[in-house]
Design a protein around this ligand. Structure first.
Ligand code: PLP
Length: 318
């Protein structure tokens, strides 16, 4: 087994809390508390990705995402901590009134290139072309794919399972539920569970791709990680449950019924969910587990995204 190196960026272990909502208790793993500017699930992946970028003597980091990408913002800030600048390739438009994550990207001095939704389909080609032209000038751009979901980045969520195992007896838990975008969080948890020989379901509430594409992508990442790092475990595809239908309004939008639930939850518990990921995933968790009294056997992971709220204040207050 090969264990990759990491740098320390995240405030971990994050708490596992018992929360009561509408009279039902459930378990909430607070990965929104991995830091302040550097909050959410992305930081765990960046600990590995940036260690690798540093060891490969990167001059600059390239990464991509939506204009409110949490991964993009976390990359910009984390890279600064090791003295590197980032170029972002974002799906969205330049705005002098940038807010939320985009505000932070600008504030931390990221170089940003914007793409329309159509142009964004070719974003990886554009990043690699620019990487090549920099290489010709002897400059090394290290590319993190969107969401930081590589067989290296997902180590953050392999370790997450080891962390959670110290907080609760996972043999008594049926599933761990989290929002899913680029699939790395779910893939890492699948590998972590397999390494610990846990027969636990990893439930990924996806907000971006189709269910089929997402299942394939998560399993490829998990199996790729087992092979790349010569891990002594086997991934059981049946332990992956991809949940569909909670982002029908579109990745960049959120329905008023979900906002209503987010606000009620915030008023009762003090905990806030974001519009792109956790608000949607929590709606699924609420309907499938919490309302039916299964909250103590099924853990919900708050994967962060707080800054995305500030780009949607109008909808939140409607
Ligand atoms: C707040 C938040 N939650 C969940 C996710 C999904 O994680 P992953 O991309 O690893 O599937 C993301 C990013 O995509 C995110 O920013």
């Amino acid at each position: 087994m090969i264990t990759p190196k990491k740098i320390s960026l995240a405030q971990i272990p994050t708490p596992l809390e018992e929360i009561k909502f509408e009279g039902n208790s459930f378990l909430l793993k607070r990965d929104d508390l991995t830091g302040c500017e550097l909050s959410g699930n992305k930081v765990r992946k960046l600990e590995y990705l940036l260690a690798d970028a540093k060891s490969k003597k990167a001059d600059i980091i390239f990464t991509s995402g939506g204009d409110q990408s949490n991964h993009a913002r976390a990359t910009v800030i984390a890279a600064k901590k090791i003295g590197l600048n980032t170029k972002l390739f974002l799906w969205g438009k330049e705005s002098s009134a940038a807010n939320g994550n985009l505000f932070l990207d600008k504030m931390y001095g990221a170089d940003i290139q914007y793409f329309s939704e159509k142009e964004y389909e070719k974003v990886n080609d554009v990043m690699f072309e620019q990487r090549l032209s920099l290489l010709k000038k002897k400059k090394n751009a290290y590319v993190f794919p969107g969401g930081g979901s590589t067989t290296l980045g997902i180590w953050g969520y392999i370790n997450f399972i080891n962390e959670l195992k110290k907080q609760i007896d996972l043999t008594k838990i049926d599933s761990i539920v989290a929002a899913c975008g680029s699939g790395g969080t779910a893939a890492g948890m699948l590998v972590g569970a397999a390494l610990n020989k846990l027969n636990i379901k990893i439930v990924a509430v996806h907000v971006l791709m189709t269910k089929k594409e997402m299942e394939k992508h998560i399993l490829q990442l998990a199996e790729g990680c087992v092979l790349d790092y010569k891990l002594n475990c086997k991934i059981n595809p049946e332990n992956l449950v991809v949940v569909d239908g909670y982002s029908k309004e579109g990745y960049k939008k959120i329905s008023q019924s979900k906002i209503k639930l987010i606000r009620k939850f915030a008023e009762e518990t003090g905990i806030l969910f974001d519009p792109a990921y956790t608000g949607k995933a929590f709606t699924a968790y609420y309907e499938k587990y919490l309302k039916t009294g299964k909250g103590k056997k099924n853990i919900f992971v708050h994967t962060g995204g707080l800054f995305g709220v500030f780009a949607r204040t109008k909808e939140y207050l409607e």
